[in-house]
Design a protein around this ligand. Structure first.
Ligand SMILES: NC(=O)c1ccc[n+]([C@@H]2O[C@H](COP(=O)([O-])OP(=O)(O)OC[C@H]3O[C@@H](n4cnc5c(N)ncnc54)[C@H](O)[C@@H]3O)[C@@H](O)[C@H]2O)c1
Length: 284
């Protein structure tokens, strides 16, 4: 299948990442069917996307006509049976192995046999998800960065059985969406998460040990490391809960050096999840 000819896609999970993925696909004219836990969840995710687009219009970064054109390509679905026309499916549900495995099983049941199934997972195994399907050759990781409409990179992660044609398709799809693809063989965390999660954990440790304030840690890395934003503000953007999931998952695969500091779990228990709840390491 040629990525340039794709005109129907499905995105499963319209949270932080799914909203951005829906936007970049609809922006190039692909009809996007959106599935979440329920129709109401999907509707809510699309509502947030609509607010994001309205904000861009208000800031003069997009015209109202462009925002409207994007939303016209977005279709909220009741559930998986609506995915029957999809030529490509991108899964962006929570970083939970069992939930993702179930999503892949369901996608495999409803999508045509040649539909390519991609996962936005940060730390889980595309091979494991592919094993839930009868088309492991057509499954790969397709890891966008946050915020999706802004960040240029897509990391394509090949599972054990991913076919070269699937990699070619994924590269072309990334380019069609205005992104730059890199390819990594499956290994826990790929390139970006393996490096970034270790660095974010270290920044949180410095904060939890009282060595420096959140402001100073971020300032140090922005001015001393040339980071565009500090590691703690980045954790707030990613979601403290998502960081916890991802770090725990990597620590199972790569060893205790990836264990998140206890403070991360305490912040999640307190609902301090970062930008999405108005408070994390910083207040919003
Ligand atoms: N947040 C980031 O910065 C970031 C960056 C790169 C990759 N990722 C990865 O993207 C994925 C999604 O992360 P997120 O930050 O968007 O999470 P999120 O919590 O913001 O959104 C997850 C969405 O999945 C939905 N969902 C949960 N169970 C579902 C199910 N059974 N069926 C359908 N939908 C279901 C939720 O309702 C929600 O809308 C994860 O795999 C994460 O590791 C996240």
């Amino acid at each position: 299948m040629k990525a340039e000819t794709i005109n129907h896609a499905v995105v499963v999970g319209v949270g932080t990442m799914g909203q951005g993925i829906v936007q970049v696909m609809a922006q190039v004219g692909i009809e996007v069917t959106v599935v979440d836990i329920t129709r109401e969840h999907a509707q809510k995710g699309v509502g947030v996307l609509q607010e994001n687009l309205n904000r861009r219009v208000a800031q003069g970064k997009m015209t109202a006509h462009q925002a409207q054109a994007i939303l016209q390509h977005v279709h909220v679905a009741d559930g998986f049976p609506a995915c029957g026309q999809a030529q490509v499916a991108i899964e962006a549900v929570v970083e939970d192995r069992n939930i993702k495995r179930d999503v892949f099983r369901q996608l495999d049941n409803v999508c045509p046999p040649d539909t390519v199934l991609l996962t936005n997972t940060s730390t889980l195994s595309p091979t494991d998800l592919a094993s839930m399907t009868r088309r492991p050759q057509a499954v790969a990781g397709f890891h966008f960065m946050n915020p999706v409409p802004v960040m240029k990179l897509v990391e394509i992660v090949t599972g054990l059985d991913t076919a070269p044609e699937t990699v070619t398709f994924a590269r072309e799809l990334a380019r069609r969406l205005g992104k730059v693809p890199v390819v990594a063989r499956e290994h826990p965390g790929g390139i970006v998460s393996r490096i970034m999660i270790a660095m974010r954990n270290e920044a949180i440790r410095i904060y939890a040990e009282g060595i420096a304030s959140a402001q100073d840690i971020d300032q140090a890395m922005m001015l001393g490391g040339n980071w565009p934003m500090g590691p703690l503000a980045l954790t707030d953007l990613v979601g403290v809960d998502i960081h916890l999931h991802n770090a725990e998952s990597l620590s199972r695969d790569l060893g205790p050096c990836y264990m998140p500091p206890p403070l991360v779990k305490i912040m999640v228990r307190a609902g301090k999840l970062g930008r999405k709840t108005g408070e994390g390491f910083f207040k919003y």
